[in-house]
Write a protein that binds this ligand. Structure first.
Ligand code: 4AD
Ligand code: MG
Length: 461
């Protein structure tokens, strides 16, 4: 007999036929003459209840079946007299697929803390909360591809190994095959001459520079892949490895960029609201009571757009004692970003035209010579979700900006070439996928929305 997913079994309109399910035991309860098992196979939040009658031949097998064990159940799908479920299975045959030692199995029926579950990240997807979270993550990723494909964007795979630092922040993980203490290179030779690539290599912090080149060929492209930052900031919003979505549009300016960012966040939110309702409701019940109302605002209301200078004015006149004082020229901190969208405007906010000193070299210099055509999209619960800009398309200006940033021109000759041959206005942004999931679920620590988080001093699993 073919296996039926528990999700499909629970959605059946008629029962009374033979059915085979496989899954893991969530709970077991014994009463006179019967055993009740709750089985989950990961296909949905709900378990299916299995009833084993003591007269059934399978009953003798139950002595080895406890929480966590993997089981195959054949039986009849019948209407459940109990509350909370439409169907249950009257078991006729059981097969123990994998035992779980009840003495050591770490997942008990009680609620565990997120901190504890992080220490058993290999088992946490077997809990209700993390099962729901990673089903949502999968669906949100699908929403990204759906959104861009609908709009004629091409999916671009940019390299993970790179020789350039897109953000110019020097927060790269070096990649090398040299021994730990290599012999000193001959006089005048690069220390990387003997290394695998013959030059310094790193894990990418962003696929943007490569995406720009393809936008200036295919029109509209996007990347969706892992990126790496060796910033030693142990905050609940930073991970050393995270996933980023980076669209890039040719023949586009900063306003097109803001429009696309707003549309993307709305479309991804709507897709998950429509396709993961049951899983999302778990977060609305147990993690953040105001979640669904807030997601409704994110999905339907127009986002506020204001310049960095205006944002600074609002923050300065708020009377709030911020930990980091605000003045024109200071980078906005999470506390400022969250004040703007959670308290002042109570909806997502797009801030544009940042001072050039606090932004990357590739952002287009505005006519005032002081600000760049940058935009950050800030959302409740998270702060910065998107960072983007119109790109500097003027050769001479870009060359100057690279030098000013203290970067080596010869590493970027190919990037500059895009400005020598058919340069056009273009724009794009990066959306942090984990931060989107934090906004969507109310989960407050980035470590809890990645299957296996990588943060300073943590590389388990
Ligand atoms: O603002 P960032 O650094 O922008 C870029 O990387 C550009 N190259 C993007 C582009 O224009 N194509 O990063 C973009 C987003 C941030 O807004 C944030 O959501 C997320 O990536 N992000 C992180 N997420 C988790 N952990 C980190 N350490 C992150 N750093 C950035
Ligand atoms: Mg940023």
């Amino acid at each position: 007999m073919q296996r039926t997913l528990i999700k499909a079994a629970l959605n059946r309109t008629t029962g009374m036929d033979r059915i085979l399910v496989k899954g893991w035991v969530r709970t077991r309860r014994d009463s006179k003459g019967f055993s009740f098992l709750e089985i989950n196979d990961g296909s949905c939040l709900k378990n299916i209840q299995v009833i084993v009658d003591e007269t059934a031949p399978a009953f003798s097998l139950l002595k080895d079946v406890g929480t966590g064990a993997a089981l195959e159940v054949a039986g009849t799908l019948v209407e459940s007299p109990g509350a909370g479920q439409k169907w249950e299975i009257k078991a006729s045959e059981l097969r123990l697929l994998g035992m779980a030692d009840p003495e050591t199995f770490p997942l008990q029926k009680k609620r565990h803390t997120d901190e504890f579950l992080r220490t058993i990240a290999h088992l946490r997807p077997r809990t209700n909360k993390y099962g729901a979270l990673f089903r949502i993550r999968s669906e949100a990723a699908f929403a990204v591809h759906h959104f861009f494909r609908d709009r004629g964007f091409f999916h671009l795979h940019t390299p993970i190994l790179t020789g350039s630092d897109c953000e110019g922040a020097g927060e790269m993980f070096r990649v090398s095959t040299l021994p730990l203490c290599p012999p000193a290179p001959p006089q005048g030779e690069s220390p990387f001459a003997e290394d695998f690539f013959g030059k310094e290599a790193s894990l990418t912090v962003s696929g943007q520079l490569e995406a720009e080149l393809f936008a200036c060929a295919l029109g509209n492209v996007y990347t969706f892949g892992p990126t790496f930052r060796a910033e030693n900031s142990n905050t609940p919003r930073h991970a050393a490895e995270f996933w980023m979505i980076e669209p890039e549009m040719a023949f586009a300016d900063i306003v097109d960029d803001m429009d696309l960012g707003e549309e993307l966040v709305k479309a991804m939110t709507r897709h998950v609201m429509e396709n993961c309702r049951e899983d999302l409701e778990l977060f609305a019940r147990f993690v953040d009571k105001g979640l669904l109302g807030s997601l409704d605002t994110i999905m339907t209301e127009a986002y506020v757009r204001l310049s960095y200078a205006e944002a600074v004015d609002i923050l300065r006149s708020s009377g709030r004692p911020f930990e980091f004082p605000v003045h024109f020229g200071a980078d906005l901190q999470t506390e400022h970003e969250r004040f703007l969208c959670e308290e002042h405007f109570k909806k997502p906010v797009i801030v544009y035209d940042y001072p050039r000193e606090i932004k990357a070299f590739y952002m287009r210099l505005n006519d005032d010579d002081k600000t760049v055509a940058a935009m950050d999209l800030l959302v409740p619960r998270v702060g910065e979700l998107i960072g983007g800009s119109q790109r500097e398309e003027r050769y001479a200006v870009l060359e100057r900006r690279i030098v000013e940033a203290g970067m080596r021109l010869d590493n970027y000759w190919w990037y500059l070439d895009a400005r020598r041959y058919g340069s056009v206005p273009h724009a794009g942004f990066g959306l942090g996928f984990e931060r989107f999931l934090m906004m969507l679920t109310g989960v407050t620590n980035i470590r809890d929305v990645i299957p296996f988080p990588r943060t300073p001093k943590h590389l388990e699993f």
